[in-house]
Structure formats: C-alpha cells, structure tokens
Design a protein around this ligand. Structure first.
Ligand code: NAD
Length: 316
C-alpha cells in the first residue's frame, strides 16, 4: 500500500454515503472518513474493486441508478459524496444514452433521495464541462461548452446540484476536478495518462505521447481532491461549484520526461498522431475554492508522483 491517509478534518460521527466508493477517488474519500464516521459505499464494481473499500466501511454492491437501492442506502445519511459515474470520455461517445442514464440520471436520483433525508451532497463534476478552454487558467465563470456526452452529463449534474440548493434548500456543492492522479488510478487514455506513462516506463516500452506533447494539463493529486471533498462537506458556500486543481501546469512532454526519470527507465519517448479533439491547454483557477472552501492544493507533481505504484520502488 502506497497511501497514507493523514488528512486532517473535523468530520466525525456522521453517517456518510460514498457512491463509487470502490473506485479511485471514492475509495480515498472513504479511507479518510472511515475511522471517525459510519461509512457506506454504494458501487456496482463495474470498474471499482472490493479491495479498495476500507475495512470498516459497509459495501453495498448495487446500481446507483436504482431508486430502491438508493432509498435503502440513504437511510440516516448526513452527507453524500457522489463519485459513481461512467468516467470514460471515449465510452460516452460510443454509448451516450447509457452514459446519460448513469451520470445525469443517477445524479438526479441521488439528489432526490438525499432531499428526502435532508442530506448534504458533494458532487463530482469535471473540468470536461469547459470543453476547449477559451482562456487559462479557467475560472468557474468560463463558458461550459462540452465536447463529449460525458462533459454534457457533468454540466447537467453540476447544474442540478446548484438547482437543488436554490429550489429545495438542499446543501449541495459541485467540485470540478481537473486531471486526478494517485494510487489506485487505472491506466487509460485521458486522466490516466500518468498511469499509462508509468506502466510504459516500468515495462521499458516506448512512452507514447499523442501529438507534439506541448499540450498542458493541471494534474491534481487524489489527496488534494479528498481534502476539497472534506471541506465541501462542512462549507457554508453551498449551491456553488468549485474548480479543484493546482493552478500549475506541465506539458505532456515534460510529464513523460519526469516519469522516465522517477522510474529510472530507459524507455524512449515517442510521438504518435494527435488525438482528435484533444484539449490543448487546461489549468484551474482555484481562487474560488480558496475563498469558498479554504482549499489549498498542497501536493506538487514531483511529490505526488512518488505515491504512484511502481514509482516509489524504483526511485533512485
Ligand atoms: P472510477 O471509475 O475509479 O470510479 C467510479 C466508480 O463508480 C467505480 O468504482 C465504478 O465501479 C462505480 N460505478 C460506475 N457505474 C456505477 C453504477 N451504475 N452504480 C454504482 N457504481 C457505479 O473513477 P474516478 O476517477 O474515481 O472518478 C470518480 C468521479 O470523479 C467520477 O464522477 C468522475 O466523472 C469524476 N472525475 C474524475 C476525474 C479523474 O481525473 N479521475 C476528473 C474529473 C472528474
């Protein structure tokens, strides 16, 4: 295990529901809360793993779209962290209706079930709602013009969260994560670029960059994302949406070189065709999260990379 959870927070004696709590981000949220709270996890294990759910949390294997299941797991809940989703942009392009059901539909059902319990809901939104940014760093007032069904569902969830606060007075917060990374992240084409590069570097395979590598990203460590969630669970700034990033960027070429370095790898770095529709520059303006949540990104990429499995062991 590469992760230690010494994340300070003052959330205790609550009953908490983490949807998608067997997944990458959700399982870290569950980890941070399990010692001082009653933690329930709802996950269908479609991509999450049972082994990620901390001992002491109650795992309900079920579908977040199912209203009966939701009503059961929501009983007595004070705070919901809603992470379950179709997270693959590519899959959303192939299966827009399924994606909308799982993302928009389930988010609405989670909000509705939470309304019956008067439970606070912290929702996982995404930088994908900004599409191709018109300017960086992106603040929360940037236009939302998603470029995938996934992005549209995240706009919808983000908007429903705001609406449930203004219509029904339900305390909600939407957190717009930028590119998350850290232990338990699966490899993959988008936010999984760090996992993919690490896998390639450790295998001695070429590290493959789509396009010229000059595209920039704001990589935010999962522990910082957990901190933002814990702050959102107590903030008075409800009915609002906040960017969760670092405000710092790295080019994908620099990232590849850094990973080659920290894995002590001889892998060559190769460039393949640019990916169609790839965002050129992405960077969070976290001013609002600083003011509204007291959020301070605290983990640099160089430090955060050391927590990625495979990196630590090989570090010189
Ligand atoms: P993940 O795939 O690791 O976690 C999602 C979890 O949801 C998985 O455990 C999966 O089994 C579960 N799930 C999927 N469909 C379900 C269903 N119908 N019923 C019950 N459980 C279901 O992904 P993650 O990276 O941890 O993402 C968590 C949230 O953060 C998602 O909402 C995602 O859109 C959002 N997000 C992630 C990133 C990132 O970089 N990882 C960036 C922006 C936003």
């Amino acid at each position: 295990m590469t992760q230690t959870h010494s994340i300070d927070h003052d959330i205790s004696d609550r009953t908490v529901l983490v949807t998608g709590g067997a997944g990458f981000i959700g399982s870290h949220i569950a980890d941070a809360l399990v010692d001082d709270n009653t933690v329930r996890v709802l996950d269908d294990l479609s991509s999450g793993r049972r082994s990620h759910v901390p001992d002491g949390a109650d795992l309900v294997v079920g579908d977040v779209r199912d209203e009966e299941t939701l009503a059961e797991v929501m009983t007595g809940v004070d705070t919901v962290f809603h992470e379950a989703a179709v997270v693959s942009v590519e899959h959303s392009v192939d299966a827009p209706i399924e994606t909308d059901d799982t993302n928009t539909g389930a988010t609405l059902r989670v909000l509705e079930a939470a309304r019956k319990e008067d439970a606070r809901v912290v929702i996982a939104s995404s930088a994908a709602i900004y599409g191709h940014p018109e300017y960086v760093p992106v603040d929360e007032d940037h236009p939302t013009t998603a470029t995938s069904p996934y992005g549209v569902t995240k706009i919808a969830g983000d908007q429903y969260a705001r609406l449930y606060e203004s219509l029904y007075g339900l305390p909600t917060v939407a957190l717009r994560y930028f590119n998350a990374y850290g232990p338990r992240q699966r490899g993959g084409a988008y936010s999984g670029v760090i996992s993919r590069f690490v896998e390639q570097a450790l295998a001695g395979d070429p590290i493959t960059i789509n396009g010229d590598g000059k595209q920039t990203r704001d990589f935010v460590h999962v522990d910082d994302i957990v901190r933002a969630n814990l702050l959102a669970a107590t903030t008075d700034s409800v009915g609002e949406a906040f960017n969760v990033g670092t405000g710092e960027t790295v080019t994908i070429r620099e990232l590849a070189e850094l990973i080659r370095d920290v894995t002590d790898s001889d892998s060559p770095i190769e460039h393949t065709d640019p990916r169609e529709g790839d965002v050129r520059h992405s960077c969070a303006d976290v001013t609002a999260a600083r003011k509204g949540l007291g959020f301070e990104p605290s983990i640099t990429l160089a430090d955060g990379l050391k927590t990625v499995p495979g990196v630590q062991q090989r570090e010189k």
